[in-house]
Design a protein around this ligand. Structure first.
Ligand code: GLA
Length: 385
């Protein structure tokens, strides 16, 4: 929705004008999937698809929230923030407010209008965008200085401990710390990071949503986390490592005999994916887009065969992309089981790519994929209105 429309929507609901606009980004991840919670490096970038929060400080004892496309107002009482875990809409916001309060920040009453353009359940991290945008808004209204990395960590805590999804730090970090036209090479063990220009010359990234209905993603995600923890414990009986990402492919070959079945497959994915991240960043810096594309494909195959988080829809969508002569590589991003792919496509070929892949996907799966016009933008933004 355009800014003027959103301001009007705010006025319609709350009967007054907003005084600020606070935004945080949805994200893609170029490579480094399902490694953030294993201490690996990830390579996400913040999108133009965002959670936009139009706000007005009221000083009342309540946070009132309204949302584009949803009727009604959700209220969070400031002295009762621990009790909104069961909310279907507003629990991420409540979790963030609760943990800010727990840190000693004085939560100030406000009216908030959420215009979130990150599609829900798409693997583009709408939840992280909502959390981070809420955290910024509440800190701004409380008048306290904040560090963006700290807000990302607090948002992750809200998702882990309030919403019950055991996610890593990638999404919230990218949402807060993303930088225009750059991907963020983030070491999830140390939180050290580097911005790398996402220069693809005649190519661009096409983001496509397979539109598979959301189904038990959170619980399947939490199972994967347990599996890699089992692998780590077994390896720690012979090797002094604190996370799977510390193992090189060669180290892993030496300890693989300790693991079996799915646990072995999951760990192998993590170790090899960490290695691919380093190679992909080198390829990008050297301008070797062919190699970058190959690594994206390998990442997808590993997520399909070893980590088993793709499914028919994502496999079909990325395979159709790979068949295109002007596509250098394609893979699923995010948690998987549904959601989006990214593909490196020649700029002049994008229209035909979308048409052909879209048609063939509809034929194969029976419903449409969506393609988004994306650009890489900053993470958090703050504006007075
Ligand atoms: C989800 C999680 C992230 C990360 C990805 C997989 O997006 O929120 O922390 O684990 O899945 O890479």
């Amino acid at each position: 929705m355009e800014k003027v429309q959103a301001i009007q929507a705010f006025e319609n609901v709350f009967g007054t004008k907003p005084d600020g606009l606070f935004t945080a980004a949805g994200r893609i991840n170029v490579i480094g999937e399902h490694v953030d919670y294993c201490g690996g490096k990830v390579f996400p970038a913040a999108l133009n698809l965002r959670c936009n929060v139009y706000g007005k400080k009221t000083g009342a004892d309540v946070i009132r929230m309204a949302f584009t496309g949803i009727e009604g107002i959700v209220e969070l009482k400031i002295n009762d923030l621990n009790n909104y875990r069961a909310l279907k809409i507003g629990n991420y916001q409540a979790g963030v407010a609760y943990f800010l309060q727990e840190k000693g920040i004085d939560i100030v009453g406000c009216d908030l209008y959420y215009d979130c353009t990150v599609p829900f359940g798409s693997g583009l991290s709408s939840s992280a965008a909502i959390e981070v945008a809420t955290a910024v808004t509440l800190c701004e209204y409380a008048g306290v200085p904040y560090d963006k990395t700290e807000l990302a960590l607090l948002s992750q805590k809200a998702e882990n401990q309030y919403a019950g999804v055991n996610c890593g730090i990638m999404d919230q970090f990218a949402s807060a710390m993303g930088k225009k036209d750059c991907a963020v090479l983030l070491d999830c063990a140390t939180l050290q990071y580097e911005y790398v220009p996402l220069q693809l010359r005649d190519y661009c990234l096409v983001v496509a949503n397979c539109n598979k209905p959301h189904n038990l993603v959170e619980s399947k995600y939490n199972v994967r986390r347990q599996e890699v923890e089992t692998a780590l414990k077994a390896i720690q009986t012979v090797k002094n490592v604190s996370c799977l990402a510390e193992l090189s492919p060669k180290d892993f070959a030496e300890v693989k005999y300790l693991l079996s079945g799915v646990v072995a497959k999951r760990a192998e994915h993590v170790v090899m994916e960490c290695d691919r991240v380093n190679r992909a960043v080198e390829a990008l810096k050297a301008g070797d887009l062919l190699e970058l594309g190959r690594l994206l494909n390998e990442s997808h195959y590993s997520l399909r065969d070893l980590y088993e988080v793709t499914g028919k829809e994502l496999d079909t969508l990325s395979a159709l992309a790979r068949k295109e002569t002007d596509c250098l590589g394609s893979r699923m991003i995010g948690a998987g089981f549904g959601g989006c792919t990214i593909s490196i496509v020649k700029k002049t070929a994008v229209d035909g790519f979308i048409r052909r892949v879209g048609t063939a996907y509809l034929e194969a799966i029976g419903y449409k994929a969506s393609f988004y016009e994306t650009s890489i933008e900053d993470g958090i933004t703050v504006e007075s209105l």
